[in-house]
Design a protein around this ligand. Structure first.
Ligand code: DQA
Length: 148
């Protein structure tokens, strides 16, 4: 059975390609999902790609997938900077976590510079557009032993 990489997206990421395109670019979340699948498939990995605007739904998804996913690629959006609850959920995940941001959060407002997730992440990718998702998937594949 193919191993699965969980790719979880938080609030407002459904509006990628629509909101603030000068910051986030024109690519959509569907483009990000396609990039993840293209990266994962040749290595024999499946992708479980989700987005929600509801924190509890996000946490439930982490609980659902925590013990079956090989690893997690997470763009928690604004929850990155605010949510101890999302951090606590992701702390229970045994596999590696890669934190992704489409924009370079470090070149933006100071409130985006702090991440509750970075200290528990195996890596952080910011400012690479949706390509960052594919980088995150590639990193999970490496960290979990490479292609099947
Ligand atoms: C984001 C950066 C966050 O600061 C912001 O709240 C988002 C998107 C990014 O992908 O660049 O919603 O996570």
């Amino acid at each position: 059975m193919a191993r699965t990489i969980a790719v979880l997206n938080g609030p407002n990421l459904n509006l990628l390609g629509v909101r603030r395109t000068e910051v986030y670019g024109a690519d959509t979340l569907a483009d990000a999902e396609a990039a993840c699948r293209s990266q994962a498939a040749p290595a024999g990995f499946a992708v479980d790609f989700r987005q929600t605007n509801h924190e509890g739904v996000f946490i439930d998804a982490v609980h659902e997938l925590r013990s079956t996913a090989a690893g997690f690629v997470v763009n928690a959006g604004a929850w990155t900077h605010t949510s101890v609850a999302v951090r606590d959920a992701l702390e229970t995940v045994p596999g590696p976590l890669i934190e992704v941001h489409v924009s370079n959060v470090h070149a933006r407002e100071p409130f985006r510079h702090h991440s509750y997730l970075a200290p528990i992440a195996a890596g952080v990718i910011a400012g690479c557009g949706i390509q960052g998702y594919a980088f995150g998937v590639a990193r999970i594949i490496t960290l979990t032993g490479g292609p099947a």
